[in-house]
Design a protein around this ligand. Structure first.
Ligand code: ATP
Ligand code: LTN
Length: 329
């Protein structure tokens, strides 16, 4: 069975973008791949976090993985900070990454271009840690939203560089992005990605939003004055975003939806999207509450940490041998 790995940072409440771009892929692949999903909390601390909130977000993220449909029998779920091999290989990867390479990473570039202050060295080197996360497990595939593609590319380059220098060590991973929904946009500024660390609550649908509030957010989503329902990202990004959300949650092609809406207005489309989101969140939150109440979280995490930890330990020992870092037999 081919291996697949992905992670999400517990930096806030998960959004519909995280679900459609990433988690939905995990669920679809869990039957056919040896799937490893982790909570990237060492990535979360690249920006300042409140410790209590970080803990709560971590637990919520685990519960939401299962509420969204991950099956604990099929998937290995683990916590990055519980496995020190991630940061250990992260350092090794940092030492094999070039400054120029990291300077080209959009997240860092965007923040510096905006003149943000307080950018940590961790935020600069975090793509090297992400490469370590992936390469530790010899993942063949990495399902992510489109914004993460560049980081997986770096992991591929580092794997090849390492293999060339020290002999075959790592599998070179491939990115998997969904055909529809690889980038869900902000409801208030549809040319910008919907993001969980966004300040304006009206711009994102949080998976734990009160469903009636989520309904209102969809109803007040920014659209345009063209008045025709068609999929035109360039000129009608708001409508394109609503069509993408509906298509993803309903498993209906965008063409089919557009055909259904011939001659109809934006209000009707919004109403349907709002209802679909309302129903989706209501069911999801019921499963979330049931999972939280079941007390399974610790047990599942312990088992996941143990399984992933064994792989990570063995792989790190091999890498250290290759680098000449261990001398004891
Ligand atoms: P932050 O705002 O803290 O950077 P984020 O919302 O961008 O967080 P991440 O933890 O960076 O979320 O991403 C988790 C996964 O969800 C990644 O695979 C990412 O590509 C995907 N993802 C995030 N936002 C979107 C979006 N708007 N549309 C599609 N996929 C998304
Ligand atoms: N950087 C990613 C989260 C992440 C990840 C990974 C995703 C960390 N390590 C390994 C896939 C594989 C993010 O910000 N979404």
């Amino acid at each position: 069975m081919k291996k697949m790995l992905s992670g999400i940072k517990p930096t806030g409440r998960l959004t519909l973008g995280n679900y459609i771009g990433a988690i939905r892929q995990f669920i679809n692949y869990q039957d056919d791949y040896d799937l490893y999903i982790f909570i990237a909390n060492m990535h979360a601390i690249t920006v300042a976090q409140n410790p209590q909130e970080l803990k709560r977000n971590t637990k919520d993220l685990i519960a939401l993985y299962f509420a969204c449909g991950l099956d604990p029998e099929k998937v290995t779920v683990f916590l990055q900070s519980d496995l020190p091999q991630h940061t250990e290989l992260g350092w090794i990867m940092t030492c094999h990454s070039y400054m120029g390479e990291l300077q080209r990473m959009t997240q860092y570039k965007d923040k510096t271009a905006k003149g943000e202050t307080g950018i940590t060295a961790g935020l600069f080197t975090y793509p090297s840690l992400m490469a370590a996360d992936i390469l530790l497990y010899d993942a063949d595939y990495v399902p992510v939203g489109v914004d993460q593609k560049q980081h997986v590319e770096l992991a591929r380059n580092l794997a090849e560089r390492f293999n060339n220098r020290y002999g075959d060590t790592f599998v070179v991973p491939k990115t998997l992005t969904p055909k529809v929904g690889a980038k869900i946009m902000s409801l208030q500024n549809p040319t910008k990605k919907m993001s969980k660390s966004e300040d304006n609550p009206k711009a994102t649908i949080d998976l734990l939003d009160e469903p009636s509030i989520a309904r209102k957010k969809i109803m007040s989503a920014v659209t345009d004055s063209i008045g025709i329902i068609q999929y035109d990202v360039e000129n009608q990004p708001g409508i394109a975003n609503l069509l993408t959300i509906l298509s993803s949650l309903n498993n209906e092609t965008i063409e089919h939806i557009v055909a259904r809406y011939q001659g109809k207005g934006y209000g009707e489309l919004k109403k349907e999207v709002a209802q679909v989101v309302f129903d989706f969140l209501s069911e999801l939150q019921e499963r979330y509450r049931a999972f939280m109440a079941s007390g399974q979280l610790e047990e599942i995490l312990r088992a996941g940490n143990e399984k992933a930890g064994k792989i990570a330990y063995k792989k790190t020992a091999k890498i250290k041998r290759k680098l000449g870092l261990n001398i004891l037999k």
